[in-house]
Design a protein around this ligand. Structure first.
Ligand code: MN
Length: 233
């Protein structure tokens, strides 16, 4: 079985506009190959009234249509808020932290870095029903959204300079999910593979669409990943 993995498009920012991403998405062959989104598909997305943009809706509509022919999974990234559970009808499976399919665990990857305390606090602060309610009733909500985005950028920059190999290794060494053999994540904007000597679990980091303009295709029979650019004929 093949699975298309899409990570970190960060679409909707000036550097990575949504139209380019949507073109690639629309060029995915019309078959039953599952597609799993590993988060940060949007540069920022609050799936709340007053904050939602037209292109967010176009993406959710595409997923809702596609889920009738294929499995469409979505794991929220650290730039995405309240998609879970609001958009659960748009996907086959929608997860806020991770989704499991056939012995594979799909996560965004933002929670691997246990050193990033500021981020962990911010995550708890922003992801709560009160904030969600305030955003939905406040007409100036978009300006708050951009403040959160700026704070995330500062925090991520500090922790993105070097790839935290030790932390990633530590995560798979300690992972206790009996059915899981392989883990896939985005977030680090680079391709990597690590195998735990303790649990034997392999973790694969998927390069970002923002960087490489390609989607990853995982072949579960060979265990290999190939990056492909999808373009309309
Ligand atoms: Mn991320």
């Amino acid at each position: 079985m093949k699975i298309i993995l899409v990570a970190d498009a960060h679409s909707g920012s000036p550097e990575s506009d949504f139209e380019d991403f949507f073109k690639a998405l629309s060029a995915i062959p019309e078959d039953s190959t599952p597609v799993i989104f590993l988060g940060d598909i949007f540069d920022i997305c609050f799936a709340v009234k007053n904050c939602e943009m037209e292109f967010h809706r176009r993406f959710f509509d595409w997923c809702r249509k596609e889920k009738s022919r294929r499995y469409v999974g979505f794991v929220e990234g650290n730039r995405e808020f309240f998609i879970y559970p609001a958009e659960k009808d748009s996907f086959t499976v929608l997860a806020d932290t991770g989704l499991v399919m056939d012995g594979m665990l799909f996560i965004h990857g933002d929670m691997l870095n246990s050193d990033d305390r500021f981020y962990r606090c911010l995550r708890i602060f922003v992801r709560n029903p009160l904030i969600r309610f305030l955003l939905s009733v406040c007409p100036g909500a978009n300006s708050i959204v951009y403040k959160v985005k700026a704070a995330l950028k500062r925090s991520n920059k500090k922790h993105k300079k070097t790839f935290p190999e030790g932390l990633v290794r530590n995560y798979v060494d300690k992972l206790e999910m009996a059915s899981v053999q392989r883990v896939f994540c985005g977030h680090f904007h680079q391709h990597f593979e690590l195998e735990s000597a303790v649990t034997g679990i392999k973790i694969t980091g998927i390069d970002s669409w923002e960087n490489c303009r390609k989607f990853a295709v995982f072949d579960s029979e060979s265990g290999l990943i190939e990056y492909k650019s999808f373009q309309a004929d």
